[in-house]
Design a protein around this ligand. Structure first.
Ligand code: MG
Ligand code: ZN
Length: 230
């Protein structure tokens, strides 16, 4: 087990879409199954930032009939790839006794099949949920907190999950790529960022380590945490 000089224990909070996976799976699903309106909704979430994550993902999945569920799952299983180094990084975390938590603004019905092969190596998975009434896809937000001021109308409140691991006992490592990770990046002890999250961090003056693969992340953590293997 690693303990830092200040006696805190490292814990990893990782985004799913575009972080664990090479591409954002919501975008992949929209490209394959939704009419073109999805692009305008994504633009309002990510660029204009005039649409909350919760309302935005709700609108996105309303574009697709619920009858597509099985087809979407098949598509995801055939096309989604883990980012380079992900499985090796999980092995590193396990050997080093570093809990790895998935905190995602995505939805259970496509996240669970992707993560199934590595599920036993994950400390926990937090994401939004879906039901399929009357040929619709309706999202549920079990981790949305009414009182979260920092992330506003986040869908899966990543800060709420982080707060389960008190800062005086745990060293928070956040890994992400986009807007849903910004609230974690504001508060984590160490931030790994790629893609749009780098721009958001730059705008707010949040320091981060850029990464493209989990090999990058592993190398930095080995150095920073002085991990030694027997
Ligand atoms: Mg993401
Ligand atoms: Zn929140």
């Amino acid at each position: 087990m690693i303990t830092l000089p200040d006696n805190r224990k490292p814990v990893v909070f990782s985004d799913f879409d575009g972080t664990i996976t090479e591409r954002d799976v919501i975008v992949m699903i929209m490209e394959a199954f939704a009419p073109p309106e999805w692009k305008q909704i994504v633009h309002r979430i990510l660029d204009e930032r005039t649409l909350s994550i919760r309302d935005g993902v709700t609108q996105l999945f309303h574009l697709i009939p619920g009858s597509k569920k099985e087809e979407i799952i098949r598509y995801v299983n055939e096309n989604v790839r883990f980012r380079q180094g992900f499985e090796a990084f999980l092995a590193f975390c396990r050997e080093s006794d570093i809990p790895f938590l998935v905190v995602s603004g995505g939805v259970d019905f496509f996240i669970e099949p992707v993560l199934a092969p590595v599920r036993d190596q994950l400390e926990d998975v937090f994401c939004n949920t879906a039901t399929f009434p009357d040929n619709r896809i309706e999202l549920g937000f079990p981790y949305l907190r009414a009182d979260c001021e920092t992330c506003g109308q986040c869908a899966c409140c990543k800060l709420g999950i982080m707060s389960r691991y008190p800062r005086d006992e745990y060293f928070h490592i956040a890994i992400g790529d986009s807007i849903t990770d910004l609230s974690m990046a504001r508060q984590a002890d160490l931030v790994f960022a790629r893609a749009r999250l780098r721009n958001y961090c730059d705008e707010e003056g949040i320091s981060y380590i850029p990464f493209e693969t989990f090999d990058d992340v592993q190398q930095v953590l080995k150095d920073r945490l002085a991990v030694t293997h027997a």
